[in-house]
Design a protein around this ligand. Structure first.
Ligand code: 13P
Length: 247
């Protein structure tokens, strides 16, 4: 059976109380089709509320949007892998485009975060992707390869790893990559991961995925799932996307 991941990145939206209402509506929509997993990445303050709402339902998982690489200490405003884990997280996004481009996170820092995720036993979801300028200059695969190299430089190569290809120009713009464009990059990511023996890899696509385009994207065999921002914020839309996003 083909396994698909539907990952919701709520970004800086949905507090703890709203998260409990959200999950109630989402779960009320009924059981999930077999072979689908739904992952939620709420803001840190809502991790525990989501973890409690989904309990230990097999097809559901909650993760942090970001962690700092030190396990504890005087780092005001940051959360560590062990803290995220205590709040119920089982996974973490690393190197999301907004961390890189809004907060100035470097490739080297994503490498440290990958190692920290591993140390805290959180499944990393490494986000990679090129800017429009880089795509137009024909640098897409070079950029993605550089991001993979930096991210896996210090990480023990084993276990399950997920990579999300999220072209920067497609995030929040309403302009998604075509299934073919995404497939080309996914194939390159898989080849790199295979050559470097990184372990079992799933490759998700993210960037303006919505109810209208999810099925077309997921019909592409190279796409193992989607990482969704805007279209995951409403529980009804998200419940529908998870059910109708693939046949
Ligand atoms: P949108 O789905 O809003 O384009 O965001 C994509 C994203 O950044 C998911 O991590």
């Amino acid at each position: 059976m083909r396994y698909l991941v539907f990952a919701a990145n709520w970004k800086m939206n949905i507090g703890p109380l709203e998260a409990r209402y959200y999950l109630r509506s989402f779960l009320d929509a009924g059981p999930l089709p077999a072979g689908r997993e739904v992952w939620f990445f709420p803001p840190a303050v809502s991790l525990e509320a989501v973890a409690q709402s989904i309990k230990s339902r097999e097809q559901l998982l909650v993760g942090a949007q970001d962690i700092y690489w030190e396990p504890k200490g005087p780092y005001t405003g940051a959360i560590s892998g062990p803290l995220a884990s205590q709040a119920g997280a089982r996974a973490v996004l690393v190197g999301h485009s907004e961390r890189r481009h809004v907060f100035g996170e470097t490739d080297e820092q994503t490498g440290k975060k990958m190692a920290a995720a591993s140390a805290a036993d959180l499944q990393p979801v490494l986000c990679v992707g090129e800017t429009l300028e880089q795509r137009e200059a024909g640098q897409t695969l070079a950029v993605v390869t550089r991001q993979l190299e930096a991210a896996f430089a210090g990480r023990p190569r084993s276990g399950r790893v997920t990579v999300a290809y999220e072209p920067v120009w497609a995030i929040g713009t309403g302009r998604n990559a075509t299934p073919r464009d995404a497939a080309e990059v996914h194939t390159a990511i898989r080849a790199w991961m295979g050559a470097h023996k990184v372990g079992e890899t799933r490759v998700l696509y993210g960037g303006s995925v919505n109810l209208k385009n999810a099925a077309e994207l997921l019909a592409e065999p190279e796409i193992d799932g989607v990482l969704v921002g805007g279209a995951s914020l409403d529980p009804h839309t998200w419940a529908e996307l998870v059910r109708t996003g693939a046949t």
